[in-house]
Design a protein around this ligand. Sequence first.
Ligand SMILES: [Zn+2]
Length: 428
Amino acid sequence: MSARLLLRAARLYDPALGLDRVADLLAEDGHVAAIGRGLPAGGAEVVEGGGLWALPGFIDLHVHLREPGETHKEDMTTGALAAARGGFTAVVAMANTRPPVDSPAAVADALARARQARALGGARVWPTAALTRGLMGETPTDAAALRAAGAVALSDDGRPVRSAAVLFAALKGARQAGLCVLDHAEDPDLCADGVAHDGPVGRSLGLPPRPAAAEAAQAARDVALAAAAGARLHLQHVSTAAAVEVVREARRRGLPVTAEATPHHLLLTEEAVAAFGAAARVNPPLREEGDRQAVWQGLVDGVIDAVATDHAPHAPEEKAAPFASAPPGISGLDSAVALLFAEVRAGRLPLAAFVDRFAYGPARVLGRPPERIAEGAPLALTLLDPEAPWEVDPDRFASRGRSTPFRGRRLTGRPAGILLPKEEGACP
Ligand SMILES: [Zn+2]
């Protein structure tokens, strides 16, 4: 992208600003310079926007990019390119790489890799840092130093903190540093070595159970600790009706508690385990229809602030293992926006709510201003082609991860790229 860019005749839609019109958008030096009809190109690179919608840049709060340590699954560049292809202008990378991101030096290293990925056309990658040293759940990390190094949040995602005392101390540190804690709330003792929801399908397949109560119990504990610590808590990949109620109650009390849901928990149940095997193995597991409906209702109501993919790529040979020994995780970046937009088309999610849960909500969780389509605002747009037919075909994903229980779904509407300044550091 050159320093000047003209998006011509797209539908510009930014519901928080009351913007909804077909117009040109001229960007200069990384900012929106003008919005109007018939703007002169004047040497700018031109993107023909006819038929496309331009939306405030989407942010994915939850991705695993596997670099350093497991680049056979994904690396920062393939992940950032999959994000861009999937319509995300920024993704929040979890800290459970090998080694984990638990020091200022590791954050700096992640930011350097992110800048390289960005220079190759990928989305911005914003790193989180571990909440406890080595993700071991024993010693809180230095939240202030991690924030100073560029971490956007703290998370031990994948390794729920077992000790309430350790979590309480870590939450206090996060509050003092002004960082949100992104919380994978599943009680590790209740989960034990469970791999599937404790429901009819999991039982019929004889899979070790991972009970729904493990999520709600841990979520309630963590909300209580966050409230006492005065910290901002964000519950990741909420999957049960009971956990949605925990969030709803916390919000009713005015606590700074937010939550996300994944496309798979919003759209699938444990039936997918019977149909797709290990491609449907995730933590927390796919639940029953009543849970799915409750999570969906939370998304529509706004109790769930964000759709996040929990993009967790693995190598094909790893996911080819039997269900109980295959690693948990779905490759989600390529398909998430198209999957949820299909729900907008079907009338189950208002368009303004769709934009909120993908753009404004994630920004709120991170405590940063949302992307805006307005003169003077930094350029960060998600483009959508609302009429394009598309099939979820993991063989054509930009991600190295090819495992998805949405394989073969036929959808109408898909992301059509992102617009970001050419030269931009990865640090927000
Ligand atoms: Zn998780």
